[in-house]
Design a protein around this ligand. Structure first.
Ligand code: MN
Length: 395
């Protein structure tokens, strides 16, 4: 129990997500932790986090555990109240920055339901899943320099797309979202030394909500044979809040049944389960349009990490890897407009009676999520939000 009066908040002691923030009064970026609608200046009360979350990521699991234990103690022991109060900032006075310096960025494709839906739409004459899909977690290397914090506006991208009248260079007319979970790497690894499943938690610090904005028309024309490129690299939004793995103990559940035997370095059948029971909500201009369930993801975070290092590729502090679009088995659980509108053929309704297939200028998308808390109830992950601005004239 905390001495703060935050009884009904999903940002209680069980959550404590981190952010990098600053205030008008003190413009130096530093590490913060959310408690209720307040941001605790972690750097001020623990001495860890000058400059922001980067410092904590690099410090490693022993320090991650120690700082979380210190925060829990400071916020629950009434004797600490007088010392801690001066370092609590109302959230509206905190400017939340990109939480960490994004090193390399990888995006996976770990939802069987999403991959099947896309397969049915784009390759109606073949099997929905590609032959490799259940043997390895498919991914691609994305663009870390255009990962932006929630609230950053996204300019509609312009690019080449194929139309019945030929190839056009113009604003995307099939601009989409992908509701995803991002995994934040704290401790790096050596080149030539793959990270086994059993060591994932020594490297992964926590999770953050992620929206992988996608221009489907640009993507469809460019992606054969090398995969996503300009259709996705213009912007990827993440939440300012990074929830440590330590907050997710009650969320861990068994992954879906594997119907293809897994090779040794991906075989998690004898290990503690690493699927996560996270409930996402996707809102477009305030209307709830989808509720993707993360627990249905086929590939787990340790499997993704093991696979991306299986060839000897190294990890760096601040690496970010994302799950791929989270889609459940039901139509109301699809994590992209491509699926919600079935490639534009079935417009979906908003609360104001309007309909959408893909994003219009001025549209704002917000993704939130909760996880089970230890001892019942839910904890919140924060949110990732972004609004679409009109395309600019090509110079
Ligand atoms: Mn994606």
């Amino acid at each position: 129990m905390t001495w703060l009066d935050i009884k009904d908040s999903q940002f209680g002691l069980e959550a404590l997500p981190y952010a990098t923030f600053r205030t008008a009064a003190d413009p130096a970026p530093r590490l913060g932790a959310r408690i209720g609608d307040l941001v605790l200046d972690v750097a001020a009360v623990t001495g860890v986090g000058e400059g922001g979350l980067d410092a904590l990521l690099a410090a490693g699991p022993a320090v991650w555990k120690d700082v979380r234990a210190q925060l829990t103690r400071l916020l629950s022991d009434p004797a600490s109240e007088a010392d801690v109060r001066p370092h609590l900032v109302p959230i509206e006075e905190a400017e939340l920055l990109l939480p960490f310096t994004v090193a390399d960025y990888v995006d996976f494709y770990a939802s069987e339901h999403h991959a099947s839906n896309v397969g049915k739409m784009f390759r109606p004459d073949s099997e929905p899943l590609t032959p490799n899909w259940k043997h390895l977690p498919i991914g691609y290397h994305g663009r870390s320099g255009t990962v932006v914090v929630s609230g950053t506006e996204v300019v509609r991208p312009t690019g080449l797309r194929k139309t019945p009248d030929g190839i056009v260079d113009g604003p995307s007319i099939r601009l989409d979202i992908e509701a995803e979970m991002g995994f934040v790497v704290g401790v790096g690894s050596d080149r030539g030394t793959p990270v086994p499943l059993t060591e994932a938690a020594d490297h992964i610090f926590g999770i953050t909500l992620l929206n992988d904005w996608s221009a489907r028309d640009i993507q469809a024309w460019e992606y054969v044979p090398l995969g996503p490129f300009l259709g996705k690299s213009f912007a990827t939004s993440i939440s300012p809040w990074v929830l440590p793995l330590a907050a997710l103990e009650a969320a861990r559940v068994s992954p879906p049944e594997r119907d293809v035997p897994l090779t040794g370095y991906l075989d998690d059948s004898a290990l503690e389960p690493w699927a996560l029971d996270l409930a996402l909500e996707v809102r477009l201009n305030g209307s709830l349009v989808s509720e993707p369930p993360y627990a249905t993801m086929y590939w787990t975070a340790p499997q993704m990490l093991a696979h991306m290092t299986a060839n000897g590729a190294s990890l760096r502090v601040g690496d970010l890897f994302a799950s791929g679009t989270i889609s459940g088995p039901d139509p109301g659980q699809r994590g992209s407009f491509l699926e919600l509108s079935w490639s534009g053929a079935e417009p979906f309704k908003l609360d104001d009676g309007s309909t959408r297939t893909f994003l219009e200028d001025g549209d704002e998308v917000t993704i939130t999520a909760t996880a089970p808390a230890p001892g019942g109830g839910r904890i919140a992950l924060g949110e990732v939000s972004g609004r679409i601005l009109p395309a600019k004239e090509r110079r």
